[in-house]
Design a protein around this ligand. Structure first.
Ligand code: APR
Length: 260
């Protein structure tokens, strides 16, 4: 895959790079995406039956069990070359902001810091009753079987049931994370949009805000992404192949060999 010189030039001169990731960046770590036709989570499960407050109210142990199954998948996965390239990028640019729609911790485990989780995180459960974050971190997940019911732990503050610390359909995104994300989109010189279908609002506005503010926007995705012409590019391919190449070309370094 040929990387357009316009992308390389923009990256080399950027003072502030914003990396915006979706499920596609964790796909190569074995974590299912959401909308892929066959393997995607929403192709196999009904979000309304799992990813809403009503679903949890109706059957807390079914919903908690399903998220513990997802947490186990993340626990057993490893960061891939895309996560590592993004962590490496932060050492090569003056300022990097990383915003993810993903609820896994693979960016952090690859070495990225100050990750903005727009849709929350599997690692930070909250109380369904008082909404406060759990007092204790969750223990490593045991081996839940897909679809097994698990009784949610209790809140250390009020005794209510803990719920997954993710943003469900119909819920608002964390106010501070959203404000930080929109501000970074307006300020950045380059936005790398990696592995997202760009269909879920309001996160989907972020690349558009950056482009309208004058940034160069680069979509990294095996699926076609429409571009508006100047300052917008689509690099066709998997994140774990494109990002290391982009890093190597952008910073004229020997192809960065990560410890495989
Ligand atoms: N490298 C890069 N992109 C990839 C790869 C890969 N190896 N594999 C798949 N993709 C792309 C797909 O082409 C698709 O465009 O990743 C994207 C995944 O899209 P979705 O499954 O819709 O995931 P995402 O965009 O993160 O969804 C946003 O929707 O359901 C909610 O809360 C959920 O955060 C999620 C949000």
């Amino acid at each position: 895959m040929e990387i357009d010189q316009g992308v390389v030039d923009a990256l080399q001169h950027a003072k502030h790079v914003l990396v915006f990731t979706g499920a596609g960046v964790s796909a190569e770590s074995g974590i299912p995406t959401f909308r892929d036709a066959l393997s995607g989570l929403w192709a196999r499960f009904d979000p309304a039956a799992l990813a809403t407050r009503e679903a949890f109210r109706r059957d807390p142990s079914f919903v908690w069990g399903w998220y513990e199954w997802r947490r186990m998948q993340v626990y057993k996965a490893q960061p891939n070359l895309a996560h590592r390239a993004i962590a490496e990028l932060s050492a090569n640019v003056a300022k990097l902001t990383l915003i993810t729609q993903n609820v896994d911790d693979l960016h952090e485990r690859a070495g990225s810091i100050d990750v903005i989780h727009l849709h929350g995180s599997l690692s930070t459960p909250r109380c369904f009753a008082c909404a406060r974050f759990a007092v204790e971190p969750l223990p490593p997940p045991d081996e839940p079987i897909e679809g097994r019911h698990l009784e949610p732990p209790r809140c250390g503050h009020c005794g209510g049931k803990l719920r997954p610390g993710v943003v469900w359909f119909g819920e608002s995104l964390p106010t501070q994370a959203l404000a930080q994300s929109f501000a970074a989109a307006k300020d950045c010189d380059v936005l790398l949009s990696v592995g997202t279908s760009g269909v879920v609002e309001p996160a989907a506005q972020i690349p558009d805000i950056a482009w309208r503010a004058g940034a160069t926007v680069v979509h990294i995705n095996p699926d076609t992404k429409g571009v508006r012409g100047a300052r917008e590019f689509w690099l066709e391919g998997r994140a774990s192949e494109v990002l290391p190449q982009l890093l190597a070309k952008g910073f004229r370094r020997q192809r960065i060999e990560f410890i495989r």
